[in-house]
Design a protein around this ligand. Structure first.
Ligand code: GLA
Length: 396
């Protein structure tokens, strides 16, 4: 009884929030929100950082977050642009306190979230946290539905810089309504908090995400194998028109270092960069091999992802498992990904004209994994290993 009354009250509160929202003429349905509509000044380029979920699941702790932050500080990741150290699900107690506030699990976080944030900040990094736009998180901890104001205030008071907001146990209430409620609660705190919508593509989130968050998950969860990565790539690559500075399509966190081959890991990093995706490392950073760190810190590939023009690369052609993507860059160059989905080496060919370059007598191609340069009068072609990607920057 008590529960259903409470649920009804929540629904009513949310309904009046929607009415208030759609009642404002400037936000009417006639104009789609622009990429700048959220206007919190964050994620002018896709966010970069770490999140513990892919490698550790529920085994998050203050010591893991601190040791990961220190490793990022020392191994070149921070210098390469990784900024956010993000806590995923399972960081909190199973019940709220008497005042209705979330409580960090004291066994996992003896210094609380604020103590963890202070350490991460002392390294020049930022701290992210996880909550859920439902009655409980996916792992069954208290959710923020109906508690948005209280929880946003806690996050701000603790010094949190980033919120990943999940979609479990959502009571069938519209995602746009639930995510907008937290957007407004975060804004009301006055602290800049990057807002990452983890709504798995629900209600075609890409059509309204830019007005609500800085990024939005376009798919279900990734796992550490090529088939999963490939399926997510295919879903996310079609959504280029919806991404831009301040609001990005999110094909989920990176699985580099978690079991795919080196060739496949390089493909994931190339494709995520070409799609201007958030680059959230998801492996054991302190224990990562130099090969894994080398992939995650490839500056030339990161520069493609972080390019200030903020265009998501588009598919130029895709046939027989051979894909060509082109991403225009701020200085007039174009980055081109030649991706071989198949199980055998293949030659992939495109042209300067097909990727949007014309008028020059020749073009310079820089291979962003080997650093090798070559010139062409128009043909762009490479032999690409099974599951591999050749990534070129094309100038001229
Ligand atoms: C969902 C999200 C994942 C992760 C888990 C945590 O599945 O999509 O990224 O946050 O919940 O429970």
């Amino acid at each position: 009884m008590a529960l259903s009354t409470r649920a009804r009250r929540i629904r009513l509160a949310l309904l009046s929030a929607v009415i208030a929202f759609v009642g404002v003429p400037a936000l009417g349905a006639a104009t789609a929100p622009s990429a700048q509509a959220l206007g919190n000044g964050l994620a002018a380029t896709p966010q970069m950082g770490f999140n513990d979920w892919n490698a550790y699941g529920c085994d998050v702790s203050e010591s893991l977050i601190k040791s990961t932050a220190l490793a990022m500080h020392n191994d070149g990741m921070q210098a390469a642009g990784y900024q956010y150290v993000n806590i995923d699900d399972c960081w909190l107690n199973k019940s709220r306190d008497a005042a209705g506030q979330l409580v960090p699990d004291p066994a996992k976080f003896p210094d609380g979230i604020s103590g963890t944030a202070a350490y991460v900040h002392s390294l020049g990094l930022k701290l992210g946290i996880y909550e859920d736009a439902g009655t409980a998180t996916c792992a069954g901890y208290p959710g923020s539905l109906g508690h948005e104001t209280t929880d946003a205030k806690s996050f701000a008071a603790w010094g949190v810089d980033y919120l990943k907001y999940d979609n479990c146990n959502n009571q069938g209430i519209s995602a746009q309504t639930r995510y907008t409620a937290m957007r407004d609660a975060l804004k009301a705190t006055g602290r800049p908090i990057l807002f990452s919508l983890c709504s798995w593509g629900q209600e075609s989130v890409w059509t309204w995400g830019a007005g609500v968050g800085n990024s939005w998950r376009t798919t279900g969860d990734i796992s550490a194998n090529f088939a999963s990565m490939l399926s997510i790539f295919h879903q996310n690559v079609t959504l280029a028109q919806f991404a831009g500075p301040g609001g990005w399509n999110d094909p989920d966190m990176l699985e580099i270092g978690n079991g795919m081959s080196t060739t496949e890991n390089r493909s994931e990093f190339s494709l995520w960069a070409e799609m201007a995706a958030p680059l959230i490392a998801g492996t054991n950073i302190a224990g990562a091999t130099s090969t894994t760190v080398g992939i995650l810190t490839n500056k030339a590939v990161i520069a493609v992802d972080q390019d200030s023009l903020g265009k998501q690369g588009r598919e130029v052609s895709s046939s027989g498992g051979l894909d060509v993507l082109a991403k225009p860059l701020a200085n007039g160059d174009v980055s081109v990904a030649l991706f071989n989905e198949t199980g055998a080496t293949a030659t992939i060919t495109t042209s300067a004209a097909a990727i949007g370059k014309s008028g020059a007598s020749h073009y310079t191609l820089t291979n962003l994994w080997t650093g090798a340069t070559s010139t062409t009068t128009g043909t762009i072609s490479a032999s690409v290993p099974a599951h591999g990607t050749v990534l070129y920057r094309v100038a001229g």
